[in-house]
Design a binder for this molecule. Structure first.
Ligand SMILES: *Cc1c(COP(=O)(O)O)cnc(C)c1O
Length: 421
């Protein structure tokens, strides 16, 4: 039975029977959220990993305002506009060299669907029978059916298993067992002649902030290349400075054949995504034969206002100040996490770039661990927006976060361990 007075809104990833009280937010500025009841919350996870330079960054806000009064939507087949052209040109300047084309969509999941369709379309159009996809254990690529198919199977998609297509999964490269991952990829590439391998570079986000080193990424690319298997980098989460460089692939000196960017693409202000690809993939679709068209679109493809926000975000990244902020957040995060390495209540204390994560030792681990909601409630009382993945607590702040904010966050984490031990 549901109470009669409740809101008609069905929230994402929310079990309303256990959690029916939503925090009403009226304003965001920088690293803070202001609630209807007058509280100030430190946004310690960048509002689900999207906000990079801070909430309501003035440069992005004014770009949105200007564009909204000029042209706020236009069909993107047969038509184009300055904000999209500018974003595409700037993206190709900052993305790994060798990516040549930009396809717009409106969410990370959609950018992954586009990537998979590009890869399959490529092989189809050049007349080769390659349809199988290789994925990494514990991966997450989104919640649409294709994206779920290449992601980890589990509680998130158990009900929809019959919709998902079969893939080949290689083990996550845990420390000391990296070779097993590389061997599995090599064998999959040789024996199954797959179309593509899709992977989150350096950090598996939803899978529990699982981190692996750049040399493994580099080796995985080399193995794919040797067998002509397309390499798809899903940088939806890792892009825009999170791992310390603008894109995670930079650290491995890897140019993927296809790359997906979203979340921080507009600085977290509006929904937008892109899928970048090499020229050969575009060329395989380029023909006077209309059956070779890339058949994908969404109504709001390359929405001009969202593109203006992305252009403003790209402007901000031209300023060395943005990269300095990333470096200083990485340093502050390392200092903050360091004491936890000796704390016996935590395991796997880790950091890549601006992201830290640590596992609270509990009897039940995993996403549905009972401790997850308890931690979340504890942090909410402390006016901290943290949303642990089961017993894994992680901190992924916007880059305007201060040392004092981080102190508040980590004192909160220590106190949570005290309270829940
Ligand atoms: C969030 C995420 C997605 C899905 O993006 P949405 O915008 O939520 O659809 C895909 N891949 C990765 C790695 C993500 O973190």
């Amino acid at each position: 039975m549901t109470p009669k007075t409740r809101s008609p809104i069905w929230h994402p990833f929310t079990q309303h029977a256990l959690h029916d009280e939503m925090t009403r937010v009226v304003r965001g500025d920088g690293a803070y959220l202001h609630t209807a009841d007058g509280r100030r919350i430190v946004d310690s996870i960048s509002s689900w990993w999207v906000v990079t330079h801070g909430h309501c960054h003035p440069h992005i806000v004014s770009a949105i305002q200007n564009q909204a009064g000029k042209l706020n939507q236009i069909i993107f087949a047969g038509y184009t506009h300055d904000p999209a052209e500018e974003v595409a040109a700037l993206l190709l300047k900052v993305a790994p060299p060798g990516l040549d084309y930009v396809f717009f969509s409106d969410s990370g999941s959609a950018s992954v669907e586009v990537a998979l369709k590009m890869a399959l379309g490529y092989w189809h159009n050049i007349g080769k029978q390659r349809i199988r996809l290789v994925v990494m254990q514990h991966s997450y690529h989104g919640d649409t059916v294709g994206a779920m198919s290449v992601g980890a199977r589990g509680v998130f998609n158990a009900a929809y298993g019959s919709l998902l297509f079969d893939v080949t999964s290689i083990p996550f490269p845990t420390r000391g067992h990296e070779q097993a991952t590389l061997d599995a990829l090599e064998s999959a590439c040789r024996n199954e002649i797959p179309a593509a391998f899709i992977v989150e570079p350096l950090i598996l986000g939803v899978g529990g902030m699982l981190m692996y080193p750049a040399w493994v990424l580099r080796e995985m690319k080399r193995i794919c290349e040797a067998s002509d298997v397309l390499f798809i980098a899903d940088e939806v989460m890792t892009g825009w400075g999170r791992t310390g460089t603008l894109f995670a692939c930079e650290q491995a000196n890897v140019t993927p054949d296809i790359a997906c960017y979203s979340k921080g693409l507009t600085g977290g202000a509006l929904p937008l995504a892109v899928t970048l690809c090499r020229a050969d993939i575009f060329d395989a679709h380029y023909s006077k034969d209309r059956t070779r068209t890339f058949f994908h679109s969404s109504s709001y493809t390359a929405n001009p206002v969202a593109c203006a926000a992305a252009k403003a975000n790209l402007d901000l990244w031209q300023d060395p100040e943005s990269r300095q902020r990333v470096a200083s957040v990485a340093t502050m995060q390392e200092q903050a996490i360091e004491p936890f390495r000796a704390d016996p209540r935590f395991a796997n204390v880790r950091r890549t770039g601006t992201i830290t994560a640590l596992d609270l030792k509990t009897k039940d681990a995993g996403y549905l661990a009972g401790v997850g909601p308890k931690l979340q409630a504890f942090f909410k009382d402390r006016n901290l927006l943290l949303r642990p993945l089961g017993n894994t607590i992680y901190v992924m702040p916007p880059y305007c976060v201060t040392g004092a904010d981080l102190d508040e966050i980590y004192v909160g984490i220590r106190d949570a361990a005290d309270a829940l031990a």
